[in-house]
Design a protein around this ligand. Sequence first.
Ligand code: NAP
Length: 284
Amino acid sequence: MSQATLMDGTGLARRIVEETAQQAADLTARTGVTPCLATVLVGEDPASVTYVRMKQNRSRKAGIVSRHVSLPAATTTAELIGTLTELSADPTVHGILLQHPMGHHIDERAAFEAIAPEKDVDGVTLASFSAMSFGLPGFSSCTPGGIMRLLDAYDVDPAGKRAVVVGRSAILGRPVGMLLLGRDATVTYCHSRTPAADLSSAVREADIVVAAVGRPRLVRGEDIKPGAVVVDAGYNAGNVGDVDFDGARERASLITPVPGGVGPMTIATLLSQTVEAAVRQTGA
Ligand code: NAP
């Protein structure tokens, strides 16, 4: 079999950001309102500082105002909830991103729930998860939403397909499985308690494989069903994904590279959902 076609997340993300910038400019021209994304960071974890800075820079390039709130590491859950409640009530803020992980002393779930659902452009609240699960209007978790856009761009229709999602985190595995289910795939989840042999046999039967684990090359190339679509959300040291790329590429029909596959789609989804939130809140 010939090698799989690469799914170009970088190129698709660039097109989505260009469209988003145009929508932001149109909104501003029509109403005078400029979409605003508030980013909230607790502490100074270097990786989180870098991620937030990247999101702010990309926002500006897309015509989205960025407002940053930096809180000390010792911030309590109640103080953080206070900040998020204020931002939720502020009519000049359209989207809120709470960078995570946060310190262990913070009740992350309680903090996320302080974000108003209509401003939850990162898709982290229970309301957003329910909306995703039931196919109702709302915002997707950004990486799962980006994965679905990538599948759509390559005309992969999940309906009737067997999909396996490896990983069940609240921001990635669990919601992407729900989005695939909503598009009529037959979805199997694997996780840390799934025996390795069961993982292999689930992958061997899958038409669509989504890897979201954080373990280098956990999904073996030899297990990929010929012609399957392989989406690797994993990112491990040395630009290595959760799938054995070289082995999987020999068998798959489509595969995401790492980097340049899922990663760029996450931020593109965040920006497009922020402008969408501004459009909805402005009623324009
Ligand atoms: P996470 O919260 O650590 O969750 C990892 C999941 O993998 C858990 O559900 C865990 O199962 C499961 N798991 C662990 N070991 C396993 C094994 N041996 N077999 C099967 N499942 C196993 O990670 P995450 O936040 O979802 O991120 C996953 C990966 O995606 C990471 O590499 C991360 O860097 C990457 N990521 C990329 C983006 C992007 O924009 N591209 C965004 C977010 C994350 P349990 O639930 O049983 O513990």
